[in-house]
Design a protein around this ligand. Structure first.
Ligand SMILES: Cc1ncc(COP(=O)(O)O)c(C=O)c1O
Length: 390
């Protein structure tokens, strides 16, 4: 059996929509682009949605639209994909990293509060709804309100996830989504979306993504070319109609994994849905007791035909460019560093079959039952170190 980590669903109606757009619409800023934006805004529950050619572009637009400059600092978790913060750094901002909690891997509001007390010139906080699990938004919004800070939600992995009944992305001043090819919905290639209820931000973001254009050859801002292609928007519109059903299936898959894996002491399963949080399981991520066990389990599953991946093996603050620019070092964010060393993503996509999930679970059980890999010394050391930190 060969089981990939992820697999985008492409249906006949997506192909037909793409062909129609290609043959009948303008290739750039065709009708599908604006219809997709309208549909997406309605789906998230916001007034404005501005499509872009990637999630990273949408993040740059967001930081640019709130006028981030080299005088500003931005708070974000380091447990994320680099774009969350590199997009602000491109505009000159200094990154200030907040810890995550090891329960759901999202930003720790207590640490954010300590950071805003300690640091000056903070302009924005960027909670990340990592793996499709909603970050704890209420305290973040409260801190931001007290200090007049912007909240930009990085919802790149969380299309359709809900926090207290609201779709993520609609809670802060700006929400940002990615349609990269393995996300919960894609556009048949790269793409992104910025959402907001703020008219001024929407107007600026629209101009910035289209070269600062006021009229056809009139530019009253310096901008980028971050437009989403018509053909991608046409595919995205169709995908959006499937999104809720795909997310439902993702939750079903997660519940089956939870049930099958919960008897293994060595495996920490992801946080479950709760009365306030409805996750969408962009990824199903387990945590092991040490890097050694994580890496050996990954290699063992690979050998059984099961693809796994680590999201992410290096946290943002320890990326070579951040070390170089800011001198960040190991030890700065202990929980985040444990996260990057111990998490493992298992196969998760709507078309994954129940017997494939059972096979993955059987192979994980086998790994631990037979002690296939493990250096006993490592487990002992791993356990003590692990338990101190949770
Ligand atoms: C949390 C997070 N932020 C930002 C991005 C950037 O999105 P994109 O790859 O579409 O530029 C991604 C996607 O890879 C992501 O997972």
């Amino acid at each position: 059996m060969k089981i990939p980590l992820s697999k985008p669903t492409i249906t006949k109606d997506m192909v037909e929509a793409a062909i129609y757009a290609l043959q009948s619409e303008k290739l750039v800023f065709g009708e599908s682009v604006f219809k997709f934006e309208e549909d997406f805004a309605k789906y998230i529950g916001v007034k404005y949605a501005i499509s872009t050619n990637s999630g990273t572009s949408a993040l740059i637009l967001a930081f640019h639209a709130i006028n981030i400059t080299n005088k500003d600092k931005v708070i974000s978790p380091s447990a994320t994909f680099i774009s969350t913060i590199s997009s602000a750094m491109l505009l000159g901002a200094k990154p200030v990293f907040a810890e995550i909690n090891l329960f759901d891997y999202t930003i720790d509001p207590t640490h954010v509060r300590a950071l805003v007390r300690r640091e000056t010139h903070i302009k924005a906080i960027v909670p990340v709804h990592l793996y499709g699990y909603p970050a704890e938004m209420d305290p973040i919004m409260e801190i931001a309100k007290e200090r007049s800070l912007y909240v930009i939600e990085d919802a790149a992995q969380a299309h359709g996830a809900k926090y207290k009944g609201k779709k993520v992305g609609s809670i802060g001043q700006i929400g940002v989504f990615s349609f990269y090819s393995i996300k919960n919905m894609t556009v048949g290639g790269d793409g992104g979306m910025l959402v907001t209820n703020d008219e001024e931000i929407a107007i600026i973001a629209k101009k910035l993504r289209d070269c600062g254009r006021k009229g056809k050859y009139s530019h009253d801002m310096l901008g980028y070319v971050f437009r989403l292609n018509t053909i991608n928007a046409a595919i995205g519109r169709v995908q959006l109609r499937y999104l809720d059903e795909w997310n439902r299936r993702r939750r079903e898959i997660a519940a089956l994994y939870d049930k099958l894996l919960s008897d293994i002491d060595e495996v920490v399963i992801p946080p479950k849905p709760s009365s306030t949080k409805e996750p969408v399981y962009h990824l199903y991520v387990i945590r092991l007791k040490s890097k050694n066990i994580r890496d050996t389990l990954g290699a063992w599953l690979e050998a059984q035909g099961i693809q796994t991946l680590v999201h992410y093996p290096v946290s943002a603050h320890l990326q070579p460019i951040l070390r170089k620019l800011h001198g960040f070092k190991e030890g700065m964010l202990p929980k985040t560093e444990i996260w990057s060393k111990t998490v493992l993503s298992l196969p998760m996509f709507p078309e994954l079959k129940n017997d494939q999930i059972r096979y993955v679970s059987e192979k994980i059980h086998e790994f631990f039952n037979k002690n296939i890999h493990i250096n006993k010394e490592w487990i002992k050391r791993g356990e003590n170190w692990f338990q101190k930190l949770i």
